[in-house]
Design a protein around this ligand. Structure first.
Ligand code: S3P
Length: 170
């Protein structure tokens, strides 16, 4: 298999974090999350960054995180759900990474995130509508991936196996 990085993109709750950790363990690579990178560097949570400094500031930090993380090799990168919005991030990732889109339905996403408090963009009176709106807006961005794996009703192990199968000939 290719020594390139594997970069996981996809909506919040699509399974990127758990899948990246498991995949990294299988491949004996390091898993790096852009969100964790930002939180460590900033010394505050994503929620607090959004609250105190706003989304544009967060996106700037995210672009720096991608630039830094995408330069390492070979790692598994867990990209925050909005990384795809900036074409510069995709360009940076493509240099050394195979990009895999983890797709999940709005219903699955809602089930996975509904009891969590760590998604500032979904803190609204009607998160289900918000999920559908954001997903619609982002569909074409996620479609830039090299491969797509649907994660609905699948275990983390199954998703990892599918990814490994797809990448076997890379
Ligand atoms: C975001 C996704 C989050 C985090 C931030 C913004 C987004 O990451 O980066 O809350 O714009 O979709 P996860 O996709 O890991 O939840």
């Amino acid at each position: 298999m290719s020594k390139k990085n594997i970069a996981l993109i996809g909506f919040m709750g699509s399974g990127k974090s758990v899948v990246s950790k498991k995949l990294a363990a299988i491949l004996k690579r390091e898993a790096i999350s852009t969100d964790d990178w930002i939180e460590r560097r900033e010394g505050r949570s994503i929620n607090r960054i959004f609250e105190e400094s706003g989304e544009p500031y967060f996106r700037e930090q995210e672009t720096q995180a991608v630039r830094e993380v995408a330069g390492k090799e070979p790692v598994v990168i867990d990209c925050g759900g909005g990384v795809v919005l900036n074409p510069q991030n995709i360009k940076e990732l493509r240099k050394k990474s195979i990009i895999v889109f983890l797709a999940a339905s709005p219903k699955t996403v809602y089930q996975r995130i509904k009891d969590k408090e760590d998604r500032p963009l979904l803190k609204t009176a009607d998160p289900q509508t918000r999920i559908r709106q954001l997903m619609d807006q982002r569909q074409s961005f996620y479609a830039q991936a090299d491969y797509t794996v649907v994660t609905d009703k699948k275990t983390v192990q199954q998703v990892c196996e599918e990814i490994l199968h797809l990448l076997a000939h890379e």
